[in-house]
Design a protein around this ligand. Structure first.
Ligand SMILES: Cc1ncc(COP(=O)(O)O)c(C=O)c1O
Length: 384
């Protein structure tokens, strides 16, 4: 039975035929690894990103975490180097840093926003590094939920300190900052095509975008053992190839992506009036002065006691409410065990207790949005 809240299932119902079409292409070409599907998708995604992004700058990889890892490697990050990132993100962002044996240094949130604070970043960079600690090498700017980081402030800070700027666009496919897509601003960018993402494969997939022309070739080799065209290893590399069948699926879906982003924005606009503006009403997500939301996730904020009550009672009623994320990265037991208690991040720690994710995807019927919006509004009014 079809579940209107289940985005991957709804996508399969609409785009399942792309798998059959892709299979036909694989069968007729006999090329099942890094074939025409991957190269055509890379070129099409580059064109979709715009700002003169050339096809070779987009490198299809196995998933978004690999894209981040390869971006960090391309930026020259190695063991013990320090990488700055927000703690309020999918744990995958921190996992990519750990894979390099580098040290994550967590930056607090910009007040009232879901992305890192350039002011706190500058403060951390100005402080003397603790004795024996590695050098700062890169900043990962996570555009969480589809909200853009303040790239205009981050670029000069990174430039001043000689740091690579890596955009984590896993949740922000379709977000624009000023007149350009996110992913075209940093030295490198990572996209995920995990099945719940704005551009979703029917399995895993990701893309590394390289905006430093001199780094393109080496980054491309890094997804395939570090081989040159003669299949000689000339550098370090991994095996992280975008799957050919998924590439055909992504290429087919890319044609509808802009329309889907607009529909995500329409669903967000339906929620607004339902959630009210009375006493204790939630704070709602929205565009910024210089960026446009792509609504990967619709995350509202409530005071913590009210949030807990709404979540508990909402779940009891069977509402599809969730948390992104119940723990900030620096609160995960593994990180605490590995690095000892990490410095407090007041804004992040408060935010984790305030957030509540309501279902949003482009195929969600208006009646379901109204059902959830009204139910949440009633729970908010009754709580507190
Ligand atoms: C912000 C963020 N970064 C990185 C990733 C990693 O992507 P993937 O699951 O494709 O490895 C995700 C997805 O889960 C994400 O949401």
């Amino acid at each position: 039975m079809s579940d209107p809240f289940n985005f991957p299932q709804q996508e399969l119902l609409r785009y399942g035929h792309l798998v059959e079409q892709g299979l036909e292409r694989l069968t007729s070409s006999g090329q099942v690894i890094l074939g025409a599907g991957v190269s055509q998708f890379e070129a099409a995604f580059a064109a979709w990103l715009g700002s003169n992004c050339r096809p070779e700058q987009v490198i299809g990889v196995a998933n978004g975490t690999d894209a981040l890892e390869l971006a960090l490697r391309a930026a020259g990050v190695g063991p013990a180097d320090r990488v700055l990132l927000s703690s309020h993100t999918a744990y995958a962002t921190a996992a990519a840093v750990l894979r390099l044996e580098a040290r994550p240094v967590f930056v607090d949130l910009e007040p009232g926003r879901s992305v890192l604070s350039p002011a706190h970043l500058a403060e951390l960079l100005a402080a003397e590094p603790p004795q024996g600690e590695g050098r700062f090498k890169a900043v990962i700017a996570v555009h969480l939920y589809g909200e853009a980081c303040d790239l205009g402030a981050l670029q000069p800070i990174c430039h001043r300190h000689g740091l690579a700027l890596i955009e984590d666009c896993a949740q922000a496919c379709g977000t624009t900052y000023r007149d350009r897509a996110v992913g075209t601003w940093g030295d490198f960018a990572a996209f995920s095509f995990y099945p719940t993402k704005n551009l979703a494969a029917f399995g895993d997939g990701g893309a590394l975008v390289v905006n430093r022309p001199e780094a393109v070739e080496a980054a491309r080799r890094s997804r395939f053992y570090g081989w040159d065209p003669e299949r000689q290893a000339v550098q370090f590399g991994v095996n992280s190839r975008l799957d050919e069948l998924q590439a055909w699926v992504l290429l087919g879906k890319l044609a509808d992506l802009d329309a889907q982003i607009e529909q995500r924005r329409a669903v967000a606009a339906w929620y607004g009036p339902l959630l009210g503006d009375g006493d204790g009403a939630p704070l709602l997500p929205g565009d910024g002065a210089d960026w446009r939301h792509s609504y990967h996730l619709y995350v509202i904020r409530l005071d913590p006691a009210r949030r807990d009550q709404v979540l508990q009672e909402g779940r009891r009623q069977g509402l599809p409410l969730s948390l992104h994320y119940p723990l900030a990265c620096h609160q995960h037991p593994y990180l605490v065990e590995r690095f000892g208690p990490l410095p407090a991040l007041p804004e992040t720690e408060r935010r984790v207790k305030e957030i509540l994710t309501l279902p949003l995807h482009p195929h969600l019927p208006r009646e379901n949005v109204e059902q959830v919006g009204r139910a949440v509004a009633a729970l908010v009014a009754g709580a507190g």
